[in-house]
Design a protein around this ligand. Structure first.
Ligand code: 13P
Length: 322
């Protein structure tokens, strides 16, 4: 079995006729739970036991009694699950599934930044490596960042990393002046405000849904700013029938399943003709890689023991506070 490429590179046996059925069978045999982020391909969401935003996936990982967790998301999500459940086997179908935002915050540089701001509480977004989490006081996701920041004393000095857009958004709604690390997500940064405004002219009744990792001008024209789970909830509960969705287009799969009578229009990036904005890392996980991952129980997420200890504290603090 060859896993050198970061995923199990094996053909599917000829006798396997239906990959989805086979994945569901294997997962039961192995005592595995499949978790899928909303940005995964629709076919992966379809075979997942749980789909959710990064906060929900962390919560479920902390509570599951499954022997194996297959995290269909990106590498930091697998790491978070491993940190919370060090005794379990945590698999990600393709370990090459990285995150541009996590990459925008190398641990050594973040450490220097922290040392340059003594006396500050360090809050890090969950889209970070385990090494950055180990330097952090409290981890947050886009689903709980506001609540956690607001729960701290008004005069508390805070460093927020790595997403400058989320940090700027939290500063604007809380009135805080957190010191921001200058990182960003390459998918959320490339939405075109002009094209979104044009879409709004064509669909004047549509509501604009925006993930806080998008740039500030998008926050200002949004009807709702929130995490993937918050945007989904808004779409379900709103009487509005049309939505322009400015986050990774994988979320549209669940939105359309939950609201078949409503119309969801993916907000376009500024460099694309097809109109969708996809995270190429998220889309590295495929049904074939998921099948092989369950079959061979590889590739496994490994986090050194000493890092698990120090990275777990700020994640547990988040879970307790949210
Ligand atoms: P959510 O926490 O909204 O799921 O976002 C995760 C993420 O990776 C956004 O880029």
């Amino acid at each position: 079995m060859n896993v050198e490429k970061g995923y199990v590179d094996e053909p599917v046996p000829a006798e396997v006729k239906d990959l989805k059925e086979e994945i569901i069978k294997l997962k039961k045999e192995k005592g595995a739970v499949i978790m899928g982020h909303y940005y995964q391909k629709g076919e992966i969401q379809d075979v997942s036991d749980y789909i959710g935003d990064s906060l929900a996936l962390a919560r479920i990982a902390a509570e599951t009694d499954a022997r194996i967790i297959v995290m269909c998301g990106v590498h930091f999500m697998g790491e978070t699950a491993k940190i919370l459940c060090p005794d379990k086997k945590v698999l990600v179908p393709d370990l090459n599934a990285g995150c541009s935002l996590a990459d925008s915050c190398p641990a050594e540089d973040f450490d220097t930044f922290i040392k340059a701001h003594p006396g500050h509480t360090v809050i890090s977004y969950v889209n970070t490596t385990a090494r950055v989490k180990a330097l952090t006081d409290i981890v947050v996701t886009s689903g709980n960042a506001r609540k956690i920041v607001e729960s701290l004393p008004a005069d508390e000095k805070i460093i927020f990393g790595p997403d400058r857009n989320l940090g700027e958004y939290i500063n604007s709604v809380t009135g805080r002046q957190m010191v921001l690390w200058n990182g960003a997500c390459h998918v959320h940064e490339r939405f075109s405000i002009e094209k979104i405004k044009e879409l709004k002219e064509q669909h004047p009744n549509a509501h604009i849904l925006v993930h806080p990792e998008c740039r500030k001008p998008l926050h200002l024209i949004a009807d709702k700013v929130g995490s993937t789970a918050v945007l989904l909830k808004y779409a379900i509960e709103s009487p509005v029938k049309e939505f322009i969705v400015a986050t990774e287009s994988g979320i549209l799969h669940e939105m359309r399943l939950k609201c078949p009578e409503k119309t969801f229009i993916p907000a376009p990036p500024d460099d694309n003709v097809c109109g969708c904005n996809e995270c190429s890392y998220m889309k590295l996980n495929t049904l074939q890689k998921l099948y092989n991952c369950l079959r061979f129980e590889q590739p496994e997420v490994v986090v050194p023991d000493e890092l698990i200890e120090s990275a777990r504290r700020p994640i547990e603090r988040m879970l307790a506070m949210s």
